[in-house]
Design a protein around this ligand. Sequence first.
Ligand code: PLP
Length: 403
Amino acid sequence: MEKRISQKMEGLGTRRSVIREIFEYGNRRKAEIGAERVFDFSLGNPSVPAPPVVNETLAALLAEREPAALHGYTTAAGDMGVRRAIAAYLEKTHGAAADPALIYLTVGAAAALTITLSAVLPDGGEGEVLLLAPFFPEYRVFAEQAGGRVRVLPLREPDFSIDPAALRAALNEHTAAVIVNSPNNPVGSVLTEGNLREAADVLREAEAAYGHPIYLVADEPYRELVYGDAVVPFIPNLYQDTIVCYSFSKSLSLPGERIGYIFVSPEAAFAREVYAAVMGAGRALGFVCAPALFQYMIPACLGQTADLTVYRENRDLLYSSLTEMGYTCVKPDGAFYLFVKAPGGDAGAFCKLAQRHELLLVPSDDFGYPGYLRISYCVATDMIRRALPAFRAAMNDYEKEER
Ligand code: PLP
């Protein structure tokens, strides 16, 4: 019998992401030699528990609300009371105009992104999505699934900022959306207000030149995960044609519960039509509504975070130890990743070498930016301490083999 299924989807399902492959390899190794002997820095799965307000709110909801209402469908865009609470929070916290009628609750940032891209890419397959590299690898999958073509613009080293001239050159009449992710996975960098303003000026110029909006899609699952003095500007205040894709996965340590939202700036061009297209995309993709119990949890948890002190401690320990051993990386201001230059420049080769010491790192190639290692430090601090000799041994091996 002839196989008649989607080759595209089969390919996506069988070609695992490198991150997942390394994670699965780590699980096999843990079973073979014991979990405490494997140093797994592969996955961005928060290691810190959700703040107490999460369970308290869930317990109160379960005790107080009538089950049929609590577990029933909400409207497709999400419960209106919850959307009002989000709008009020955004107005109060960021001084931004927000309209509950332009907020759409989603199954995490991943769904927010697929829905948003499906909404803003014009029919016909001509639209482009500009990705700033390094980028979260799933962007490519989401953009292509939404019928878009992907164009990649590398960020500017050493701080991984947006180069306005390069941005100008990368935009064209087909650009429908630019995805910005700050704090950034995999670099941990935070874009400054000054840099975002420069980028906004270029985008406005391009909109005027090409005669249509270019939507900036702000992917913000790490918004609250910042250390030190870093400030994360609220992008709709700097560029009106912004759509925010927010998630509670990382801020509240709830990645498995799948809850987030889309915020269409009321000042965006064709905001109501964009929102209608968001509703349409959510419908076409079969999302129905975001998980109801976790929608109702949101109002009490807005602005709350898991305890970030562990991440800060991990960042400081890893950054100072690795730089002292001769590794080079940008000191991250946010998220929970360290982006380290692969000694010798071949990230895949160095990751293999590190695996000899049971050290699991992710090569940056899938992030559209070869030559680096991503180290996810949302892990127990104790594991980092125990892994430091392995980092040193990997560097020593590399230096020996270079000679
Ligand atoms: N965007 C970025 C940059 C991420 O790192 C992730 C998850 O790791 C997501 C989106 C997806 O997040 P969610 O769990 O909310 O779907």
